[in-house]
Design a protein around this ligand. Structure first.
Ligand code: CA
Length: 258
């Protein structure tokens, strides 16, 4: 190795120290080839991994081992993924990240509304899956910490005491609704939120099906915080599902309108 220039072939995570802190992950997945692949990838990152091949066994493992995070495949032989989540959410609050087949948006929305934290789509990018796991674990740890007065996500800073939003040092004027929407998104930075979750939180239960209201407010907010509102770097659409505030300003995925 003679060049100091970064090798563009090298995945960005490869030489980083694993940030897993030895977190215990439970993988609920019935396909043995997938189990092995994920075990290798996750253990390589420093995670400890336990595996369950059925929904029932998964629930037992959660009860007995209390993992830091569950990685749940929706295509299980004995139980619908949604059912697994509903049962777990009756008593267990740690993150659940879904592994789902491509193009089943309705199913993803159902499991997210049932209490899953995020999802990756099969066949998935391993780096993306690891990023989703890190975000879910970080968010889970943040839940137990005292609420922060100032939320910083990417270039956006939100002061919850002064109720002020700023970006790169300049103040952004937002309406009270836009402020509530932005606060929710920043508190859940890098996590997906469904339309229903956002509508319930920002507008109230009576509005949970009014996706058009959300679209209009989102469009206005993009005009204020995106350099190019037609190609948003932060306020990303997750087609058919909802929105995600991306702190990295990465435009490689999910940047479609509306
Ligand atoms: Ca499966």
């Amino acid at each position: 190795m003679t060049s100091d220039r970064p090798n563009p072939e090298r995945p960005p995570d490869e030489r980083e120290t694993p940030k897993s802190n030895g977190a215990l992950l439970l993988l609920i997945e019935d396909e043995s080839s997938m189990q092995r692949l994920l075990e290798i990838v996750l253990e390589d990152q420093g995670y400890r991994v336990i595996v369950a091949g059925t929904g029932k066994q998964g629930i037992v493992h959660v009860a007995t081992r209390n993992p830091d995070l569950v990685l749940l495949d929706l295509g299980l032989p004995d139980m619908e993924g949604e059912e697994v989540i509903r049962r777990l959410r009756e008593w267990w609050t740690r993150p659940i990240v879904i592994i789902s087949a491509r193009g089943r948006e309705e199913e993803k929305v159902k499991v997210l509304d049932a209490g899953a934290d995020d999802y990756v789509t099969k066949p998935f990018d391993v780096r993306e899956m690891l990023a989703r796991i890190r975000v879910a674990l970080r968010h889970s740890r943040a839940q137990t910490a005292p609420a922060e007065a100032v939320i910083e996500a990417g270039s956006v800073i939100l002061d919850t005491v002064l109720r002020r939003v700023s970006m790169e040092g300049r103040e952004i004027r937002v309406t009270p609704t836009e402020y509530r929407l932005l606060t929710l998104l920043l508190k859940n930075a890098d996590r997906v939120l469904t339309h229903r979750q956002i509508l319930k939180d920002v507008w109230g239960v009576a509005y949970e099906d009014q996706v058009s209201i959300l679209r209009v407010t989102m469009a206005n907010l993009r005009k204020k915080i995106e350099k190019d509102p037609s190609r948003p770097l932060h306020l990303k659409n997750e087609p058919g599902i909802g929105y995600r505030f991306c702190t990295g300003g990465d435009n490689s995925r999910g940047g479609t309108l509306p």
